[in-house]
Write a protein that binds this ligand. Structure first.
Ligand code: LMR
Length: 394
């Protein structure tokens, strides 16, 4: 049966987790996979999450099925969190899905049903898993210019020129905030221009919203998504609760679709639910019920927002500390871009050799494209890390 199979490529991000775990050096530093870590290097269970779970344990009366779209209260709460009043909810449908990745997968399948073999345009570069998910759904992938390797900002003019050339059969995958892997993000004025371009060309925006609240705050991070939805007739969004609720292993996310009207929303949603039923039948509930409990309770929600703010501010402060440690040692502003980036990642622009040297010589782990997870920067060893970076690029 299996003799004709060849080995599938590994996932460079998850493989790094294994390599890091196997490294016995006590001074090793993990800047690899995108999980938040506190000052002790721990990925904590948020207090608001713990409290929600305690309530759930005492209130839960059944574990019967919830249906293909999952937890309805979760859906309502997530729509409110993500969209606010950007779009008439009569045109919107939401299905809970297993994580941001599961949400991306069901939406890619949906798009391939609507436009078989259509092209998804992704930023250059993009999250390593976007391309395999699109390809395995039957879609083609092309890239649009995004990251400027010299300024470490967004090549916005080139990006916009590329988007302006697309047509109504194209799909544009956008990172709603906190671009992964680069950390370079659009300004509000640039989002306005992207929304106007999409309205002109009719290309479908596909927004990956995996880090809401990790950049500059929930409202600021939702700006681009809301602007687009209030400007174009159709869109899809893959939402993840992995990072902002710290629910990584619970696999909680949502596939959101916006159609031109309620009738088209119903028909499109029936296809989405059909895809889900044929893939995993229904999503797991635990993580969704945690998020529902938090978002629909004023006290827990305030506590969650505060905890999210602590995580966000810690990442911003680590960015500043690393940039300033490198500036002091090198007498150059070459790495100041790290402080200007937002979200969990920055793409440093190191060569693959330098990345390998940092891993082998210093026990500093990052993905081979030189993406660092800033939450992994050890505050008390930031100077040693800066020395290691400078050593590797010299
Ligand atoms: C990452 O980019 O490191 C995270 O989104 C985790 C993952 O699944 O790749």
């Amino acid at each position: 049966m299996f003799e004709n199979l060849s080995k599938a490529p590994g996932d460079k991000i998850l493989a790094l987790m294994g390599e890091y775990a196997a490294d016995a050096r006590p001074t090793k530093i993990d800047l690899g996979v995108g999980v938040y870590k506190d000052e002790k290097g721990v990925t904590p269970v948020m207090t608001s999450v713990r409290k929600a779970e305690e309530r759930m344990l005492s209130n839960e009366k059944t574990k019967t099925y919830l249906g293909i779209a999952g937890n309805k209260g979760f859906g309502t709460a997530v729509l409110d969190l993500v969209l606010a009043d950007a779009v008439d909810l009569l045109r919107v449908r939401i299905a809970q899905a297993p994580g941001g990745t599961g949400s991306l997968w069901v939406l890619m399948q949906l798009i391939n049903r609507a436009r078989p073999g259509a092209t998804v345009h992704v930023s250059d570069p993009t999250w390593a898993n976007h391309i395999p998910i699109a390809n395995s759904s039957g879609l083609k992938v092309a890239t649009y210019p995004y990251f400027d390797t010299v300024t470490r900002g967004v090549k916005f003019d080139e990006m916009l020129a590329a988007l302006d050339k697309l047509g109504a059969d194209d799909i544009v995958l956008l990172h709603g905030c906190c671009h992964n892997p680069t950390g370079a993000n659009l300004t509000d004025a640039q989002w306005d221009q992207v929304a106007a371009s999409l309205a002109r060309t009719g290309a479908l925006p596909f927004i990956d919203l995996a880090y809401l609240g990790f950049g500059d705050g929930i409202e600021a991070d939702a700006y681009g998504t809301r602007k687009i939805l209030s400007t174009v007739p159709e869109a899809v969004i893959a939402f993840s609760g992995s990072k902002n609720f710290g629910l990584y292993r619970e696999r909680v996310g949502a596939a959101i679709l916006v159609a031109r009207n309620a009738e088209e929303a119903d028909v499109t949603n029936s296809q989405l639910l059909n895809i889900i039923r044929g893939a995993y039948s229904q999503p797991p509930d635990h993580g969704a019920e945690i998020i529902r409990t938090i978002l629909q309770d004023a006290e827990l929600r305030a506590e969650w927002e505060e905890e999210l703010g602590v995580m966000r501010n810690r990442m911003i402060s680590l960015r500043e500390k690393l940039a300033s440690a490198i500036r002091e040692r090198s007498n150059s502003t070459d790495f100041d871009f790290v402080a200007g980036h937002r979200g969990m990642f920055s793409l440093l622009g190191l060569t693959a050799d330098a990345v390998e040297h940092l891993k082998a010589g210093n026990g500093v782990y990052m993905t081979s494209d030189s993406r660092i997870n800033v939450a992994g920067i050890p505050e008390e060893h930031v100077g040693a890390l800066a020395d290691a970076f400078l050593g590797a690029i010299r």
